[in-house]
Write a protein that binds this ligand. Structure first.
Ligand code: DGL
Length: 271
């Protein structure tokens, strides 16, 4: 059943793990007065190597967890869920607005490319779904999309291996071929990847523009909340309310690293 929403209701954001914090950061920067409820499904990460059936089930569970907090909208800060299960989330949300990272990333990339050659990196599930190529070609059928799954990037990010030699080695292994296709734009099609952005940038060089959809999602959220007159009028900034399905030992260290502030209290939820 759909609840009443007011401007003070929170914005619900979820991902399979810590990757969605990159989206939380962008939404906070654009809308500091909004209350954010973030759910990271840390017990079941990674989603990327799993089947569509499992990913759709997880997407449904994640949405129901956030719905308990009566949000005014939901942001799917996970490309894998955006690619394979956005309809599941939309259905579970009823009339509440839902924004997925994939469409926002595709739009940004289409606007950025000059030579109509876009590279997309993401989880195995996102790449196999072909959802980015579809979203990009819906906007411009002339664009060639070259995709590469980078499954090991997710555990490396979850481990905090931001500048580790192993990350550099694996980045070279994954990215050397894709950059030989003369792409001028590379979409980070997984919300964990901006965490490894420095190594990715070093590996592909400066002539390729990197697209991170977090800012586009934050902008779209602001537009949507303004249009529906649901912007929170509060004059104070809120720390996000964090929910996780497991509390890994490194969570607090990683939170501090990515968000640049101490971790607020975390609530453990069962999935
Ligand atoms: N961060 C997620 C994404 O954007 C999923 C990573 C995973 O769980 O494999 O695709």
């Amino acid at each position: 059943m759909i609840h009443n929403v007011t401007s003070e209701s929170p914005i619900g954001i979820f991902d399979s793990g810590i990757g969605g914090l990159t989206v939380v950061k962008a939404v906070q920067a654009a809308l500091p007065a909004e209350r954010i409820i973030y759910f990271g499904d840390t017990a079941r990460v990674p989603y990327g190597p799993k089947s569509q059936v499992t990913i759709r089930k997880y997407a449904y569970d994640d949405t129901l967890i956030l719905m308990r907090y009566q949000p005014k909208m939901i942001i799917v800060a996970c490309n894998t869920v955006s690619a394979l299960a956005l309809d599941v989330v939309e259905k579970a949300c009823g009339t509440l607005p839902v924004i997925g990272v994939l469409k926002a990333g595709a739009e940004l990339a289409v606007n950025a490319t000059k030579n109509n050659r876009i590279g997309v990196i993401g989880t195995q599930a996102t790449v196999s779904s072909n959802a980015y190529a579809c979203a990009i070609n819906m906007l411009n059928a002339e664009i060639e999309v070259i995709s590469q799954a980078c499954p090991l990037f997710v555990p490396l990010a979850e481990e905090g291996f931001i500048d580790h030699p192993a990350t550099k080695l694996i980045a070279r292994e994954y990215l050397t071929e894709i950059i030989q296709h003369d792409i001028d734009t590379l979409v980070l099609g997984c919300t964990h990847y901006p965490i490894l952005r420095r190594v990715i940038e070093e590996t592909i060089g400066q002539s390729i523009r990197i697209i991170d959809s977090a800012e586009a999602v934050a902008l779209r959220t602001k537009q949507l909340m303004t249009e529906s007159e649901l912007l929170n009028p509060a004059r104070r900034a809120y720390a996000p309310h964090l929910l996780v399905s497991d509390l890994p030992q490194k969570f607090s260290m990683l939170y501090k690293l990515f968000m640049g502030s101490e971790m607020p209290d975390v609530e453990l939820v069962e999935v």
